[in-house]
Design a protein around this ligand. Sequence first.
Ligand code: PLP
Length: 489
Amino acid sequence: MEYISTRGDLRKYSASQAIIRGLCEDGGLFVPEQFPTLGMPVGKLVGKGYKEVAYEVLRLFLTDYTEEELKDCINKAYDSKFDTELIAPLAKHGDQYFLELFHGRTIAFKDMALSILPHLLTCALKKNNIREKVIIMTATSGDTGKAALEAFADVENTKIIVFYPKGGVSRIQERQMVTQRGNNTKVVGVLGNFDDCQSAVKRMFSDEALNDELSTAGYRFSSANSINIGRLIPQVAYYAYAYVKMVEMGAISEGEELNFTVPTGNFGNILAAFYAKNIGIPVGKLICASNENKVLYDFFQTGVYDKNRDFILTTSPSMDILISSNLERLIYHSLGNDAKANAALMRDLAEKGRYEVGSAMKYMDDFAGIWATEDNVKDTIKAVYDKCGYIIDTHTAVAAFADMKYKDTDNRTSVVVSTASPYKFMASVLAAIDVSLVSDDDFAMAEELSKVSKVPIPKAVSDLKGAKILHDKVCSVEEMKGQVESMLV
Ligand SMILES: *Cc1c(COP(=O)(O)O)cnc(C)c1O
């Protein structure tokens, strides 16, 4: 199995090489040349644990890793970092099923893939005889930075530097990052907004002088962002696992089609569900749930992708995105793997901020778009709580709303993909349930949430209380490069 670009570069790369590179040189994304198939009836996976299912999925895509290497990566990733051995439990509340992807260290679904990425990456470096150490560099608006820090902390042959906009992330997010342990981690606040951080990071990635300097010191840059196949492929595993769990629970019979409703921003999570379908997991419809930044909903309705619109700040900030990078992979596959046609559309996106696809898009019928207003989100959190005492976060609520709405038109069983713990977005969640519980004190809110939800406060939150501040660097945009250089020792 080899990987090629969505934009026409015909060079082929093994999975491990694609993971090291992250992005193709022509600006495209790596895609498998063709979809592999599970090669066994899905029923064969029934009764297996998370790691075993993950192995059966990963081995199809990451074919240049040996069995021993893959199992080693999986074992290191899905261990006691997660607060349940199930890793991704499936829960029924009321008449909805929830796939809980927030049991990792930072209580959101990015942990699912970021827990394994460092191991896939360091293994890839060894396999390809690359002796340089890696510097992971990330600009973050809050969540990804912390998940990447936790993932790479104390991983051999790696260092990680995270830049965040000083004053531009939530209190709890900043606290999570500046208390980060690990002697290979560095966190820097930047006097600027997220776009300033992101642009400076992009410039440094392609700064030749800086790259030479790194190379001389025995380092190279890498990124941990969601377009890396090392993040995408591990996400396919939990869709296979969810299917298996639904069969085990008797919610569906083996072979029956199952729908998934996914709260979507960058389109990585839902694309993994699409990949699961294409390897032979009996997946029916993929319901793409958007918040008020409903660029994807409009796209599925009209075939026009148009990011020229106001950016709306919502209570589901991880979905406040107007350019869904991973959608490019779906476009490419839907065009019958036509890289030229895809590249033309992506050029339109870069130049005009919009593109239009024709009607002959092969996979469009696999998807349905639904969006939720801020009121819908609030009402859904309250309704689910009143009905079953279960508290969902704001992102999950976007999906739960969409799931409910879509059910009217399709009688297949569906699973709501739950991407964050309510403890991650306490103020918005408590405001939906009982506004009098909202306060300025995060730990007081955690106590309240624990009382109403009867779910103990997760370690990710309680550990923050009294945690020592280990990172206090603040710099201007111009000084960011110097911060990177200071790591080359
Ligand atoms: C990142 C994120 C999403 C969006 O996932 P994509 O893969 O970017 O579509 C949804 N919910 C939460 C909590 C997230 O952190």
